[in-house]
Design a protein around this ligand. Structure first.
Ligand code: ATP
Length: 695
């Protein structure tokens, strides 16, 4: 028997649908509307349909709904297309990185927040849309936070009618209302009840406790699928194996199917969780927080919430990132419970005590914009050419620490993305058109001059993907010993080239234990990059050398020097830090004396058990003399914070190719410097808000 809960619900009975008229009127009347309604009440799927039916969307335009994650944008679009009985890509479509399923007929478009940011670069007025809905606002993803600030401006400046809607189940309505100067519309009622159970004591291991709870439900509870949250890929894969083993050794009449769900799975693998299945088999989905918001997985009755999440934290002083398992916020706990009770009544098992929820957990999730590297964000804001932009005082909902902004400005300047007056250079604009992180984008721009676009695009694509091979891979069959000694970038290039020579066959990937998902994804990204950057060619034997030189320009702020007679390194720059090369990589780089290269560039600087450099490549000191000189130069951050005061003027001035060739002193007439007072005021505001958030 197949479950078909999909149609068991009368859509007109969803809390949001019951208030359709009022919602349509509120959006029609107000430039910005904040809508708060319980999880599962119909915000994501129903509001766009309500606005369409009520004629709030202009005839020749569409409504765009953002989601923080790709899997949500795709699955919700599919669901709404089903409800409207149209095919995806017709009246309802979606746009995510590397995939656009829309047509001229599309009136409701689901996108990731990153996709909307890109669309803004091409069409700053967003002229295709009459309404933008920023959904899941509570997540405070970096991209959604940027959209808050940019769209708040657009609402007041666009000549044509434009409406902004902010939605979430768990939002500090008052704060949003104050920021946007908008009314808050609250929708009472939920779909089905969710019973919540807390642990009576803190478990010794949330991982073991999660497995025990899955097995307990399987052996003792009635029918229904299980959604269990964990923190990351490795942990999830391990948990799936453990559960499968436990089921094998337990005699139970009901079968079980265990499915992982995390961001780096292929879209095909991800969509398995939404496919109908035999109701006699209990399905257990083990997921990261990508399943925390938006998703309706039909059949879920039980949710297991261990109360933890993996979060990235960037330290601007050292340039080091750490990925740590931290406690979730109360808002996240509520979202997780809300994954049950959507198609039938449900239960949520919290593997932490009620006391911990009330006293230890933060109320809301800390915005990503306050704990991440902001180079890409600042470049983005600069290239949008907003009038009177000063990134230090930009109207963010929650401003980041000024040190984070200063760090981003410094890095952008050293990469040549902005000039002495903080205006985006031609190089900066080119960088912003590439769907890559700034260092890789900068290397790609440089690769054109060095004639090694193919090689650089391949390395950039491989590095963007991350997961390529497992420990068992015998790379020396694919990569020569000499190439091996040059480091990861060259190894990644050679691996891809070997696969390319083999005609991109899957059997090749299997034979060398290469990740099918990772390699296929890298191939897609590479193809896209090669469509964006003109391929200039250099002689084959120069390719490798030129590649490393381009990387030196892109990674000008990520260079390390080995200590004398020692395999430790010191990063270059204002806050030079002692660190080591990640152990598995260090083995491959060492020469016959066991010494690592004197100079390297690195892709990642992460804090795990200690500070490690990951993905490193050997470079020559004479290639980086300009970079070293720049790194030791005192940079006037105040001058960089403003910029694009007069876009037409700045674009005339911005014809300088790289920062290393920036003519110091060339200044846009009329540019007012951000003063020390502006920055102290920004810092004060930031600290005051932080204190308030902690209270
Ligand atoms: N794929 C689906 N299969 C079955 N029912 C679904 C599906 N998607 C949505 N629904 C039904 O529609 C309801 C509304 O879903 P919707 O995603 O619009 O809610 P929401 O208010 O946006 O929730 P959240 O705040 O959790 O994102 C769900 O509670 C569920 O009953």
């Amino acid at each position: 028997m197949e479950s078909d809960e999909t149609w068991s619900l009368d859509l007109s009975d969803l809390p949001v649908s019951r208030r359709a008229n009022e919602i349509a009127c509120a959006v029609e009347k107000n430039a910005v509307t904040v809508i708060i309604g319980e999880t599962g009440s119909g915000k994501t799927t129903q509001i766009p349909q309500i606005l369409l039916k009520a004629g709030v969307i202009a005839e020749d335009k569409a409504v765009c709904v953002t989601q923080p994650r790709r899997v949500a944008a795709v699955s919700v679009a599919k669901r709404v297309a089903e409800e409207m009985r149209v095919r995806v890509g017709e009246e309802v479509g979606y746009g995510v990185r590397f995939e656009d399923r829309t047509s001229t007929a599309t009136r409701i478009k689901y996108v990731t927040d990153g996709t909307l940011l890109r669309e803004l670069l091409e069409d700053p007025q967003l002229s295709k849309y009459s309404i933008v809905v920023l959904d899941e606002a509570h997540e405070r993803s970096l991209n959604t936070d940027i959209l808050f600030g940019v769209l708040k401006k657009l609402v007041t400046t666009r000549a044509e009618k434009f409406r902004l809607v902010i939605t979430s189940a768990t939002l500090d309505g008052e704060k949003f209302s104050r920021y946007f100067g908008s009314p808050v519309f609250t929708i009472p009622g939920r779909t089905y009840p969710v019973q919540i159970a807390h642990s009576t004591h803190a478990p010794r291991s949330y991982f073991e406790s999660a497995i025990e709870t899955v097995m307990d439900i399987h052996l003792n509870a009635g029918p229904g699928d299980v959604l269990c949250f964990l923190t990351g890929r490795d942990e999830i894969e391990k948990c799936c194996r453990r559960i499968e083993d436990a089921v094998r050794t337990t005699r139970q009449c009901m079968d079980m199917q265990v499915l992982p769900l995390y961001a780096s799975l292929t879209p095909d693998m991800q969509s398995r969780v939404f496919q109908p299945h035999d109701a006699n088999v209990r399905r257990v989905i083990v997921a990261t927080n990508i399943a925390e918001t938006s998703l309706t997985v039909p059949g879920i009755v039980f949710v297991i919430d261990p109360g933890v999440v993996k979060q990235i934290e960037y330290d601007a002083a050292t340039g080091m990132e750490s990925l740590q398992v931290v406690q979730i916020s109360k808002v996240q706990a509520q979202q997780r419970a809300g994954r049950a009770g959507r198609t039938q009544a449900g239960r949520c098992y919290r593997l932490y005590t009620k006391d911990a929820l009330e006293h230890d957990m933060p109320k809301v999730t800390r915005p990503e914009i306050q704990r991440t590297c902001l180079v890409a964000t600042i470049l983005y804001l600069k290239t949008l050419d907003l009038k009177d932009l000063d990134v230090m005082t930009f109207d963010f909902l929650d401003a980041p620490d000024p040190d984070l902004i200063a760090d981003a400005l410094r890095q952008l300047y050293l990469l040549g993305g902005i000039d002495d007056d903080g205006n985006p250079t031609r190089v900066g604009r080119e960088m912003s058109t590439l769907p890559l992180e700034p260092s890789l984008a900068r290397a790609m721009v440089e690769a054109r001059h060095f004639g090694c676009v193919l090689e650089t695009a391949t390395v950039a694509a491989m590095l963007s993907v991350g997961q390529h091979y497992d420990e068992a891979t015998s790379l020396l069959e694919l990569v020569s010993h000499d190439d091996f000694l040059m480091g990861d970038h060259i190894v990644l290039l050679r691996v891809f080239q070997a696969w390319e020579r083999d005609g991109y066959r899957r059997s090749f990937l299997k034979r060398f234990s290469l990740s099918e998902r990772g390699m296929e994804f890298a191939r897609d990204i590479r193809k896209q990059l090669l469509g964006l950057v003109e391929v200039t060619r250099t002689s084959h034997d120069q390719g490798l050398r030129m590649l490393r030189r381009s990387l030196c320009v892109g990674f000008a702020t990520k260079i390390a020097h080995r200590l004398p007679h020692h395999n430790g390194y010191r990063t270059l720059g204002e806050h030079s830090t002692l660190c080591q090369v990640y152990p598995t990589m260090a083995r491959q780089l060492a020469d016959d004396d066991g010494l690592l290269p004197e100079w390297i560039l690195f892709h990642e600087f992460v804090l795990t058990s200690r500070p490690y450099l990951r993905y490193v490549c050997k470079i020559e000191s004479e290639w980086i003399s300009k970079q070293r000189e720049m790194l030791s130069k005192k940079i006037d951050i105040h001058r960089l914070s403003r910029g694009a005061l007069n876009p037409s003027l700045s674009s005339q001035l911005n014809t300088k190719p790289t920062a290393t060739e920036v003519d110091v002193g060339l200044k846009a007439p009329g540019a007012r410097k951000t003063t020390e007072e502006d920055i102290s005021a920004a810092r004060e505001r930031y600290l005051a808000r932080k204190r308030k958030a902690l209270d």
